[in-house]
Design a binder for this molecule. Sequence first.
Ligand code: FPP
Length: 236
Amino acid sequence: MGDSVVINKEGFPHHVGIIMDGNGRWAKKRGLPRLSGHKQGASVFGKIARHAVDTSVKYLTAYAFSTENWKRPASEVAGIMDLLRGFLKDTEKYKDDNIRVRVIGDVSALDLDLRRMITDLEEKSRERDGLVLSIAINYGARSEILRAAKAYANDPLKPLSLDEAKFGEYLYTKGIPDVDLIIRTSGEIRVSNFLLWQAAYAEYIFLDVLWPDFTPRHFDSALLEYAKRNRRLGNI
Ligand code: FPP
């Protein structure tokens, strides 16, 4: 499928969230260590981000590491953190594609060098407007909402009448519109504490494909499926 099918078409999603699931199973199927699944997953992630620039999508948010993922073996956690380092350190990487990078989640738990890399890339990419790529690291939606409630309560400049839009400004996703479509790979049909507030009106697509096998073609098909569902709703 060519890119033209999904560029700037009415009814296509602007903000897509991805739960990149199935790296471990992909590796196991091949008799490889789990980390090689994550490595392949990180490479697919980069490919999909660059591909998304040529579609209707202006915001892409990917779940890279949840607040629950710390329970995994220390070597796996360290390996995923190294893959993130590898992605973040190349600050010029997505310049040509005009991709702005943000991280959502509680970064205070991350190593100092990683935090510095995040701040650095967020700063360097601030002016890019081809795509806003948000990477969820140490992210959990309930803790995001709780944190927002506390931040509001402690805000000396808080608006006196709180509404949904104003509350949204206390979330990690401040400035980013609600998510239209969430794609989860690997056949698991769960929401897993991802963007609970922002996905109030989202469509979900669950695919029987392991994340390392996910391709731009799968991505385009999901955008089309979203547009079809959207059109049906419009007809009622
Ligand atoms: C879920 O698969 C995947 C993760 C918990 C990690 C996702 C991380 C990446 C794709 C790499 C991150 C790097 C960048 C640059 C964003 P799983 O391991 O739970 O799969 P399984 O259910 O088959 O075991």
